[in-house]
Design a binder for this molecule. Structure first.
Ligand code: ABU
Length: 525
C-alpha cells in the first residue's frame, strides 16, 4: 500500500514526487459521504466498517514506515509550498469518503515521524505501540474525565496509577491528577502552595495577602515557572532566578542568600521550584540541600520532574539525583517524556491529600451533585481549574500493564546506557565533536567541528564559529530528511546541538548514523 521506499546512493531516503499513498475504497463506497455511515444511516455499519478499516490501513502503514530506517524522518516543505501541496480548504458541500481517506494519507505523508529511530529532536520521541493502542481506544470511548458517572473504569485507573507514582516518589498517601502538560502541572503546584499558605485567597483574592509573594527557581528552569508568576499576579520580577553552577544545577547557597534578602525587604518567600532534569542540559538541582533551606524558612518545595521523573523508576539512576524527593510538597512528572507514553500524559502529585479539592473546588451543580448514587469522591473533575479533562490515563495504564514496573526500569536504564554510548563515541571522535558536558540525563550536548576548525584550541571565539554552523546543519538535515536533532543557545554559549535519547527505537547504530550524518552534512562548512 505504501509508496516506494527507495534509498539513494548516499543512503539518504529519496523523496516521493507524487502523492503515492493510495487507499482505494470499493467503487460503491468511494463516492459515499458521511451521511451514508453511522449514525445518520442506521443501516450503514458495513460502509462504516470499510471506511474505518481503510483509515486503520493508513495508520498501519505509518507505523510501518516510522520503524523503517530507509524511510525519511520527514519530507520537508516550506509553508508556501505546503499550502500548494495539500488542499486544506473547508468545503460548503460534503467531500466523499474516498477523499477523506486520501486526506488522512496525505496528512501523514507530510507529518514528521516523531517515532522514527532517528528523530531525537524533542524530549518526547518515539511511538510506544501499546500506548498508541490505548490512545486509539481512548479516542473510541470519547469520554470526559470529570465524573465517575461517565468514565468509571478510567477514573479508577487514574486512582491506581497515581497511587503507584506517589509510592515511587516515596509518599504514603497524598493526591494527584493528570493535567494538560507539565506547565499546567506546575501551575497546579503553585496554586496549591498559595492556597496552603493563604487559604482565604480563594474567596477574598489579593487583599488576603499582606505583602509581596516571591518564588524561586534556577536560571535553567522551564519557562512555565516564570509563567506562573505572570499568570498568578506576582509578576515575573518576583520569580527570582537562582544562579546555577557550570553543570546547570541550582546553587543552594545562592538560594538561601536570595531568600534572606527577600525577607529583609519584607517580602514573603513561599515557593521554591527545583528542577529534576532541565530542558536543555538535563541537569538535576540538589533536592536534599534545597529541601533543607525550604524547611528552615517554611517554604513550599516543588520538584519539576516533568523531564527527569522517569529516573524514579530506576534503582541504578534514582540516587543521588532524586535523593530527598520525598521531602517535597509537590512533584510534576510527565510520562509522555522519558517513559514514552503517547502525548500527552502529564501528572502532578501532592504529598498532602485534600489540598487540590480544597483549592480548586467550585461545586458546579450540573456536574458535581452531592446526592449521586455513588461515592462522589471519585468525581475528580472538581479538583482542577479546567472543566473538561481529556482521558490521558488509559494509554499509560495499558503501557504500564504491558511492561510492568520492571519493564519501565529496563527502558530507563537502556536510554541512559545509549546516552553514555553517545558520550563515548563523541569522546572517541574528539577531532570532529566537542562534548559540552558530562550529561546527568539523556540530553547529550555537543558541537560539530568541521575540518577547517579542527586542531585549533577550543576558545570562546571558536565557540562562536561552531555555533554558526548548527542552524546550517539542522537546515540540511531537514532538507535531507535523514535525521532530526535540536540545537539552541543558552546563557553561557552560542548555538549547540542537544540530542535527546528518549525513544525505545534508538540503537547504537542510530547514534553511529547520527554522528556520521552530521559529519556528512557539515564537513564543507
Ligand atoms: N516541555 C519542554 C519540551 C521542550 C522540548 O521538547 O525540547
Amino acid at each position: 500500500m505504501t509508496g516506494s521506499g527507495q534509498t539513494s546512493a548516499t543512503g539518504s531516503p529519496v523523496k516521493s514526487k507524487n502523492p503515492d499513498y493510495k487507499y482505494p475504497l470499493s467503487a460503491q463506497t468511494a463516492k459515499l459521504t458521511y451521511q451514508d455511515i453511522l449514525p445518520l444511516n442506521e443501516e450503514g455499519y458495513p460502509v462504516t466498517k470499510e471506511f474505518l478499516q481503510r483509515v486503520v490501513d493508513v495508520l498501519m502503514d505509518w507505523v510501518k514506515d516510522t520503524h523503517d530506517r530507509s524511510r525519511p524522518v520527514l519530507e520537508f516543505h516550506h509553508p508556501d509550498e505546503m499550502w500548494r501541496l495539500i488542499d486544506l480548504e473547508i468545503p460548503d458541500q460534503p467531500v466523499t469518503l474516498q477523499k477523506l481517506i486520501d486526506d488522512c494519507a496525505l496528512t501523514l505523508k507530510y507529518q514528521v515521524k516523531t517515532g522514527h529511530p532517528r528523530f531525537m529532536n524533542q524530549l518526547s520521541c518515539g511511538l510506544d505501540l501499546v500506548s498508541m493502542a490505548g490512545e486509539w481506544l481512548t479516542a473510541t470511548a470519547n469520554t470526559n474525565m470529570f465524573t465517575y458517572e461517565i468514565a468509571p473504569v478510567f477514573i479508577l485507573m487514574e486512582t491506581v496509577v497515581m497511587k503507584k507514582m506517589r509510592e515511587l516518589i516515596g509518599w504514603d498517601g497524598g493526591d494527584s491528577i493528570l493535567a494538560p502538560g507539565g506547565s499546567i502541572s506546575n501551575l497546579y503546584a503553585f496554586l496549591a502552595a498559595r492556597h496552603k499558605m493563604f487559604p482565604q485567597y480563594k474567596e477574598k483574592g489579593l487583599t488576603s495577602i499582606k505583602g509581596q509573594l516571591v518564588m524561586y527557581t534556577s536560571d535553567q528552569c522551564h519557562y512555565s515557572i516564570k509563567s506562573c508568576a505572570a499568570v498568578c499576579g506576582l509578576g515575573t520580577d518576583n520569580c527570582i532566578m537562582v544562579p546555577s553552577d557550570e553543570r546547570g544545577r541550582m546553587i543552594p547557597q545562592e538560594l538561601e542568600r536570595l531568600v534572606r534578602e527577600a525577607k529583609l525587604r519584607g517580602d514573603i518567600p513561599f515557593f521554591v521550584n527545583a528542577t529534576a532534569g532541565t530542558t536543555v542540559l538535563g541537569a538535576f538541582d540538589p533536592i536534599d540541600q534545597i529541601a533543607d533551606i525550604c524547611e528552615k524558612y517554611g517554604i513550599w518545595l516543588h520538584i519539576d520532574a516533568a523531564w527527569g521523573g522517569g529516573l524514579l523508576l530506576s534503582k541504578k539512576h534514582r540516587h543521588p539525583k532524586f535523593t530527598g524527593v520525598e521531602r517535597a510538597q509537590s512533584v510534576t512528572w510527565n510520562p509522555h517524556k522519558l517513559m514514552g507514553a503517547l502525548l500527552q500524559c502529564s501528572t502532578i502529585h501532592f504529598k498532602e491529600d485534600g489540598l487540590l479539592i480544597s483549592c480548586n473546588q467550585m461545586s458546579a451543580e450540573y456536574l458535581f451533585m452531592t446526592d449521586k448514587l455513588y461515592d462522589i469522591r471519585y468525581d475528580t473533575g472538581d479538583k482542577v481549574i479546567q472543566c473538561g479533562r481529556h482521558n490521558d490515563i488509559f494509554k499509560l495504564w495499558l503501557q504500564w500493564r504491558a511492561k510492568g514496573t520492571e519493564g519501565f526500569e529496563k527502558l530507563i536504564d537502556r536510554l541512559m546506557e545509549l546516552a553514555e554510548y553517545m558520550v563515548n563515541q563523541i569522546k572517541a571522535q574528539s577531532d570532529k565533536y566537542y562534548l559540552i558536558l558530562e550529561p546527568e540525563l539523556v540530553n547529550v550536548s555537543f558541537w560539530y567541528i568541521p575540518p577547517r576548525l579542527r586542531g585549533i584550541p577550543h576558545s570562546p571565539s571558536k565557540e562562536q564559529d561552531l555555533g554558526k554552523i548548527c542552524p546550517i546543519i539542522k537546515g540540511r538535515m531537514m532538507q535531507a530528511g535523514t535525521l532530526m536533532v535540536g540545537y539552541q543557545p543558552d546563557d553561557r554559549r552560542p548555538n549547540f546541538f542537544r540530542n535527546i535519547i528518549s525513544s525505545a527505537a534508538v540503537t547504537e547504530g542510530d547514534i553511529d548514523f547520527l554522528l556520521a550524518e552530521i559529519d556528512r552534512l557539515g564537513n564543507d562548512l
